[in-house]
Design a protein around this ligand. Structure first.
Ligand code: SF4
Length: 341
Protein backbone atom coordinates (compact mmCIF):
# COMPACT_ATOMS: atom_id res chain seq x y z
CA UNK A 1 0.00 0.00 0.00
CA UNK A 2 1.42 3.41 -0.92
CA UNK A 3 1.78 5.90 1.91
CA UNK A 4 -0.85 8.66 1.97
CA UNK A 5 -0.66 11.98 3.79
CA UNK A 6 -3.29 11.71 6.51
CA UNK A 7 -3.64 15.47 6.94
CA UNK A 8 -4.98 15.79 3.38
CA UNK A 9 -8.08 13.74 4.28
CA UNK A 10 -11.37 15.47 5.02
CA UNK A 11 -13.15 14.35 8.20
CA UNK A 12 -15.56 12.00 6.39
CA UNK A 13 -12.68 10.37 4.50
CA UNK A 14 -10.73 9.99 7.74
CA UNK A 15 -13.76 8.40 9.46
CA UNK A 16 -14.09 5.89 6.65
CA UNK A 17 -10.41 5.01 6.89
CA UNK A 18 -10.32 4.81 10.70
CA UNK A 19 -13.45 2.65 10.98
CA UNK A 20 -11.93 0.43 8.30
CA UNK A 21 -9.13 -0.21 10.79
CA UNK A 22 -11.71 -1.32 13.36
CA UNK A 23 -11.72 1.90 15.47
CA UNK A 24 -14.84 3.83 16.51
CA UNK A 25 -15.85 6.82 14.31
CA UNK A 26 -15.25 9.34 17.16
CA UNK A 27 -11.54 8.41 17.07
CA UNK A 28 -11.37 10.02 13.62
CA UNK A 29 -12.54 13.28 15.23
CA UNK A 30 -9.76 13.01 17.83
CA UNK A 31 -7.10 12.45 15.16
CA UNK A 32 -8.51 15.26 13.01
CA UNK A 33 -8.30 17.70 15.94
CA UNK A 34 -4.73 16.62 16.66
CA UNK A 35 -3.81 17.29 13.06
CA UNK A 36 -5.73 20.47 12.38
CA UNK A 37 -6.22 22.23 15.72
CA UNK A 38 -3.05 21.25 17.52
CA UNK A 39 -0.81 20.90 14.46
CA UNK A 40 0.56 17.48 15.51
CA UNK A 41 3.54 16.43 13.43
CA UNK A 42 3.75 12.81 14.53
CA UNK A 43 1.34 10.07 15.57
CA UNK A 44 3.26 9.73 18.86
CA UNK A 45 1.94 13.12 19.96
CA UNK A 46 -1.64 11.78 19.85
CA UNK A 47 -1.57 10.52 23.41
CA UNK A 48 -5.31 9.78 23.70
CA UNK A 49 -5.16 7.38 20.73
CA UNK A 50 -4.35 3.74 21.54
CA UNK A 51 -0.75 2.70 20.96
CA UNK A 52 -1.77 -0.13 18.65
CA UNK A 53 -3.77 2.23 16.42
CA UNK A 54 -0.92 4.75 16.36
CA UNK A 55 1.42 1.97 15.24
CA UNK A 56 -0.95 0.95 12.44
CA UNK A 57 -1.27 4.57 11.37
CA UNK A 58 2.45 5.14 11.20
CA UNK A 59 2.85 2.00 9.06
CA UNK A 60 0.20 3.10 6.55
CA UNK A 61 0.05 6.90 6.63
CA UNK A 62 2.36 9.88 7.15
CA UNK A 63 1.91 13.47 8.25
CA UNK A 64 3.36 15.88 5.74
CA UNK A 65 5.81 18.41 7.09
CA UNK A 66 7.44 21.70 6.11
CA UNK A 67 10.63 23.35 7.26
CA UNK A 68 11.69 26.97 7.01
CA UNK A 69 14.47 27.22 4.45
CA UNK A 70 14.59 31.02 4.46
CA UNK A 71 12.66 33.81 6.13
CA UNK A 72 12.63 37.51 5.28
CA UNK A 73 11.06 40.09 7.56
CA UNK A 74 10.04 43.43 6.10
CA UNK A 75 10.16 46.66 8.06
CA UNK A 76 6.35 46.85 7.72
CA UNK A 77 6.01 43.48 9.53
CA UNK A 78 5.35 41.35 6.43
CA UNK A 79 7.14 38.00 6.60
CA UNK A 80 8.03 35.97 3.56
CA UNK A 81 8.82 32.28 4.08
CA UNK A 82 10.57 29.93 1.73
CA UNK A 83 9.26 26.58 2.96
CA UNK A 84 10.92 23.34 2.03
CA UNK A 85 8.61 20.37 1.37
CA UNK A 86 9.47 16.79 2.31
CA UNK A 87 10.70 16.06 -1.25
CA UNK A 88 13.09 19.05 -1.20
CA UNK A 89 10.98 21.34 -3.40
CA UNK A 90 10.40 24.87 -2.13
CA UNK A 91 7.34 27.11 -2.04
CA UNK A 92 6.62 30.59 -0.75
CA UNK A 93 4.17 31.78 1.89
CA UNK A 94 3.65 35.40 2.92
CA UNK A 95 2.28 36.63 6.23
CA UNK A 96 0.80 40.13 6.15
CA UNK A 97 -0.25 42.08 9.20
CA UNK A 98 -3.34 44.27 9.01
CA UNK A 99 -5.35 46.07 11.67
CA UNK A 100 -8.10 43.49 11.26
CA UNK A 101 -5.68 40.59 11.87
CA UNK A 102 -3.07 38.39 10.25
CA UNK A 103 -3.54 37.42 6.64
CA UNK A 104 -1.60 34.67 4.91
CA UNK A 105 -0.96 34.13 1.22
CA UNK A 106 -0.45 30.43 0.46
CA UNK A 107 0.96 28.58 -2.55
CA UNK A 108 -1.05 25.82 -4.23
CA UNK A 109 1.55 24.34 -6.60
CA UNK A 110 5.32 24.05 -6.94
CA UNK A 111 5.77 26.46 -9.83
CA UNK A 112 3.00 27.22 -12.30
CA UNK A 113 2.31 26.29 -15.91
CA UNK A 114 0.03 29.23 -16.75
CA UNK A 115 2.81 31.38 -18.20
CA UNK A 116 1.62 34.88 -17.23
CA UNK A 117 4.42 37.08 -18.53
CA UNK A 118 4.53 39.40 -15.49
CA UNK A 119 4.87 36.56 -12.95
CA UNK A 120 8.06 35.10 -11.47
CA UNK A 121 6.29 31.89 -10.32
CA UNK A 122 5.93 30.55 -13.83
CA UNK A 123 9.45 31.26 -15.10
CA UNK A 124 10.50 27.60 -14.64
CA UNK A 125 7.11 25.95 -15.27
CA UNK A 126 5.14 23.69 -12.96
CA UNK A 127 6.92 20.96 -10.99
CA UNK A 128 3.89 19.45 -9.23
CA UNK A 129 0.62 20.10 -7.41
CA UNK A 130 0.58 20.55 -3.64
CA UNK A 131 -1.49 18.10 -1.59
CA UNK A 132 -4.18 19.67 0.60
CA UNK A 133 -2.02 18.87 3.64
CA UNK A 134 0.89 20.82 2.18
CA UNK A 135 -1.30 23.89 1.70
CA UNK A 136 -2.63 23.51 5.26
CA UNK A 137 0.86 23.15 6.72
CA UNK A 138 1.79 26.59 5.40
CA UNK A 139 -0.85 28.04 7.74
CA UNK A 140 0.04 25.83 10.71
CA UNK A 141 3.80 26.33 10.39
CA UNK A 142 3.41 30.10 10.06
CA UNK A 143 1.09 30.33 13.09
CA UNK A 144 3.62 28.30 15.06
CA UNK A 145 6.49 30.51 13.97
CA UNK A 146 4.80 33.80 14.88
CA UNK A 147 2.91 32.47 17.92
CA UNK A 148 -0.30 34.12 16.68
CA UNK A 149 -3.43 33.10 14.85
CA UNK A 150 -4.08 33.74 11.21
CA UNK A 151 -7.58 35.02 10.45
CA UNK A 152 -7.58 35.56 6.67
CA UNK A 153 -6.29 33.41 3.84
CA UNK A 154 -5.59 34.31 0.25
CA UNK A 155 -4.80 31.54 -2.22
CA UNK A 156 -2.68 33.79 -4.37
CA UNK A 157 0.84 32.43 -3.89
CA UNK A 158 2.79 30.25 -6.30
CA UNK A 159 0.52 28.20 -8.58
CA UNK A 160 -2.97 28.31 -10.04
CA UNK A 161 -5.40 26.85 -7.44
CA UNK A 162 -8.01 25.88 -10.04
CA UNK A 163 -5.32 23.88 -11.88
CA UNK A 164 -5.14 21.86 -8.64
CA UNK A 165 -8.89 21.88 -8.11
CA UNK A 166 -9.56 18.90 -5.81
CA UNK A 167 -6.70 19.68 -3.44
CA UNK A 168 -7.57 23.39 -3.31
CA UNK A 169 -11.20 22.59 -2.45
CA UNK A 170 -10.13 20.00 0.16
CA UNK A 171 -7.88 22.64 1.73
CA UNK A 172 -10.77 25.13 1.95
CA UNK A 173 -13.09 22.54 3.48
CA UNK A 174 -10.56 21.39 6.08
CA UNK A 175 -9.31 24.83 7.14
CA UNK A 176 -12.89 26.10 7.54
CA UNK A 177 -14.26 23.03 9.34
CA UNK A 178 -15.36 23.56 12.97
CA UNK A 179 -13.21 20.56 14.00
CA UNK A 180 -10.21 22.20 12.27
CA UNK A 181 -9.01 25.81 12.41
CA UNK A 182 -12.57 26.97 11.83
CA UNK A 183 -11.52 29.91 9.65
CA UNK A 184 -14.69 31.26 8.09
CA UNK A 185 -14.95 30.73 4.33
CA UNK A 186 -15.82 34.43 4.15
CA UNK A 187 -12.23 35.11 5.18
CA UNK A 188 -10.77 32.98 2.39
CA UNK A 189 -10.21 34.16 -1.13
CA UNK A 190 -9.10 32.10 -4.09
CA UNK A 191 -7.39 33.81 -6.98
CA UNK A 192 -7.45 32.41 -10.51
CA UNK A 193 -6.14 33.48 -13.90
CA UNK A 194 -9.49 32.29 -15.29
CA UNK A 195 -9.78 28.57 -16.07
CA UNK A 196 -13.36 28.93 -17.27
CA UNK A 197 -14.70 25.33 -16.86
CA UNK A 198 -13.33 25.25 -13.31
CA UNK A 199 -15.12 28.51 -12.45
CA UNK A 200 -18.44 26.87 -13.43
CA UNK A 201 -17.47 23.80 -11.39
CA UNK A 202 -16.54 25.91 -8.36
CA UNK A 203 -19.84 27.81 -8.55
CA UNK A 204 -21.73 24.52 -8.14
CA UNK A 205 -20.00 23.90 -4.79
CA UNK A 206 -21.50 27.15 -3.45
CA UNK A 207 -18.62 27.78 -1.07
CA UNK A 208 -18.71 30.98 0.98
CA UNK A 209 -15.26 32.09 -0.25
CA UNK A 210 -14.43 35.15 -2.34
CA UNK A 211 -13.43 34.36 -5.89
CA UNK A 212 -10.80 36.66 -7.20
CA UNK A 213 -10.04 36.93 -10.93
CA UNK A 214 -6.62 38.09 -12.12
CA UNK A 215 -7.96 40.11 -15.04
CA UNK A 216 -5.23 42.66 -15.85
CA UNK A 217 -6.55 43.51 -19.34
CA UNK A 218 -9.87 44.46 -20.84
CA UNK A 219 -9.78 42.90 -24.31
CA UNK A 220 -9.02 39.36 -25.42
CA UNK A 221 -6.31 40.65 -27.72
CA UNK A 222 -4.51 42.61 -25.00
CA UNK A 223 -4.95 39.91 -22.37
CA UNK A 224 -3.42 37.28 -24.68
CA UNK A 225 -0.15 39.22 -24.59
CA UNK A 226 0.33 38.84 -20.84
CA UNK A 227 -1.92 35.88 -19.93
CA UNK A 228 -1.71 32.87 -22.29
CA UNK A 229 -4.82 31.30 -20.67
CA UNK A 230 -6.71 33.82 -22.84
CA UNK A 231 -5.78 31.72 -25.90
CA UNK A 232 -8.08 29.06 -24.48
CA UNK A 233 -10.81 31.32 -23.03
CA UNK A 234 -11.62 34.79 -24.31
CA UNK A 235 -12.36 37.72 -21.98
CA UNK A 236 -16.04 37.42 -23.00
CA UNK A 237 -16.14 33.71 -22.05
CA UNK A 238 -14.42 34.53 -18.76
CA UNK A 239 -16.91 37.29 -17.94
CA UNK A 240 -19.80 34.96 -18.78
CA UNK A 241 -18.44 32.42 -16.29
CA UNK A 242 -18.09 35.20 -13.70
CA UNK A 243 -21.71 36.26 -14.21
CA UNK A 244 -22.79 32.65 -13.74
CA UNK A 245 -20.65 32.45 -10.58
CA UNK A 246 -22.17 35.54 -8.95
CA UNK A 247 -25.68 34.39 -9.92
CA UNK A 248 -25.21 30.86 -8.56
CA UNK A 249 -23.38 31.79 -5.36
CA UNK A 250 -24.69 35.32 -4.76
CA UNK A 251 -21.09 36.22 -3.90
CA UNK A 252 -19.27 39.29 -5.14
CA UNK A 253 -16.21 38.68 -7.34
CA UNK A 254 -13.02 40.59 -6.81
CA UNK A 255 -11.12 41.53 -9.99
CA UNK A 256 -7.37 41.97 -9.65
CA UNK A 257 -5.96 44.52 -12.06
CA UNK A 258 -2.19 45.07 -12.08
CA UNK A 259 -1.37 48.57 -13.26
CA UNK A 260 1.32 48.24 -15.93
CA UNK A 261 2.77 51.39 -17.39
CA UNK A 262 1.65 52.03 -20.96
CA UNK A 263 0.01 48.58 -21.24
CA UNK A 264 -3.36 48.68 -19.50
CA UNK A 265 -3.65 52.01 -17.71
CA UNK A 266 -5.41 54.29 -20.21
CA UNK A 267 -8.80 56.00 -19.96
CA UNK A 268 -10.16 53.60 -22.60
CA UNK A 269 -9.06 50.66 -20.44
CA UNK A 270 -11.00 52.08 -17.49
CA UNK A 271 -14.09 52.56 -19.66
CA UNK A 272 -13.89 49.04 -21.09
CA UNK A 273 -13.40 47.59 -17.61
CA UNK A 274 -16.52 49.39 -16.37
CA UNK A 275 -18.49 48.02 -19.35
CA UNK A 276 -17.31 44.45 -18.67
CA UNK A 277 -18.45 44.66 -15.05
CA UNK A 278 -21.76 46.39 -15.68
CA UNK A 279 -24.55 44.82 -13.62
CA UNK A 280 -22.24 42.34 -11.85
CA UNK A 281 -21.64 42.38 -8.08
CA UNK A 282 -17.94 43.06 -8.14
CA UNK A 283 -14.99 44.91 -6.74
CA UNK A 284 -11.79 45.98 -8.50
CA UNK A 285 -8.44 45.83 -6.77
CA UNK A 286 -5.85 47.99 -8.53
CA UNK A 287 -2.38 46.60 -7.92
CA UNK A 288 0.80 48.60 -8.29
CA UNK A 289 3.00 45.73 -9.60
CA UNK A 290 6.13 44.59 -7.80
CA UNK A 291 9.13 44.63 -10.12
CA UNK A 292 10.16 41.15 -11.36
CA UNK A 293 13.67 40.35 -12.57
CA UNK A 294 13.69 39.72 -16.31
CA UNK A 295 10.24 41.26 -16.82
CA UNK A 296 9.88 44.16 -19.27
CA UNK A 297 7.02 45.74 -17.28
CA UNK A 298 7.09 48.69 -14.94
CA UNK A 299 4.46 49.99 -12.61
CA UNK A 300 2.12 52.81 -13.67
CA UNK A 301 2.80 56.15 -12.00
CA UNK A 302 0.90 56.76 -8.74
CA UNK A 303 -1.02 59.67 -10.28
CA UNK A 304 -2.12 57.46 -13.20
CA UNK A 305 -3.30 54.74 -10.78
CA UNK A 306 -5.30 57.27 -8.76
CA UNK A 307 -6.85 58.74 -11.92
CA UNK A 308 -7.77 55.23 -13.12
CA UNK A 309 -9.48 54.54 -9.79
CA UNK A 310 -11.38 57.84 -9.98
CA UNK A 311 -12.54 57.08 -13.50
CA UNK A 312 -13.85 53.67 -12.41
CA UNK A 313 -15.62 55.16 -9.41
CA UNK A 314 -17.27 57.78 -11.65
CA UNK A 315 -18.51 54.87 -13.77
CA UNK A 316 -20.02 53.28 -10.61
CA UNK A 317 -17.36 50.59 -10.23
CA UNK A 318 -16.19 49.80 -6.74
CA UNK A 319 -12.37 50.16 -6.91
CA UNK A 320 -9.57 50.32 -4.36
CA UNK A 321 -5.79 50.52 -4.65
CA UNK A 322 -3.95 47.72 -2.90
CA UNK A 323 -1.50 48.75 -0.20
CA UNK A 324 2.05 47.75 -1.04
CA UNK A 325 3.44 45.48 1.64
CA UNK A 326 6.85 43.85 1.88
CA UNK A 327 8.44 45.90 -0.91
CA UNK A 328 11.87 45.53 0.70
CA UNK A 329 11.79 41.68 0.76
CA UNK A 330 11.42 40.54 -2.85
CA UNK A 331 7.68 40.17 -2.34
CA UNK A 332 6.83 39.54 -5.99
CA UNK A 333 5.43 36.04 -5.93
CA UNK A 334 7.93 33.36 -6.95
CA UNK A 335 10.98 35.58 -6.75
CA UNK A 336 12.42 34.15 -3.53
CA UNK A 337 11.97 30.58 -4.82
CA UNK A 338 13.73 31.49 -8.07
CA UNK A 339 16.64 33.00 -6.15
CA UNK A 340 17.05 29.73 -4.22
CA UNK A 341 16.73 27.14 -6.95
S1 SF4 B 1 -0.12 34.91 -12.02
FE1 SF4 B 1 -0.87 33.05 -11.04
S2 SF4 B 1 -1.64 31.81 -12.75
FE2 SF4 B 1 -0.32 33.39 -13.67
S3 SF4 B 1 1.69 32.39 -13.82
FE3 SF4 B 1 1.63 33.50 -11.86
S4 SF4 B 1 0.99 31.98 -10.35
FE4 SF4 B 1 0.47 31.18 -12.38
Amino acid sequence: MSMIDISSLQLEQLKEYITGLGAKPFVAGQIYRWLHQRGAQSFDEMTDISKSLREKLSQQRYITGLSIRKKQVSKDGTIKYLYQLSDGNCIETVLMRYQHGNSICVSSQVGCRMGCTFCASTQHGKVRDLAAGEILRQVYATEKDIGERVSNIVMMGIGEPLDNFDNAVAFIKIISSPQGKNISQRNISLSTCGIVPRIYQLAQLKLGITLSISLHATTTEKRKVTMPITNAYSVEELMQACRDYTKTTNRRISFEYSMIKGVNDTDEDAQRLARLLKGMISHVNLIPINPVDGSPYTQSDDAVIRAFQKKLQNLHVNATIRRRLGQDISAACGQLRNENR
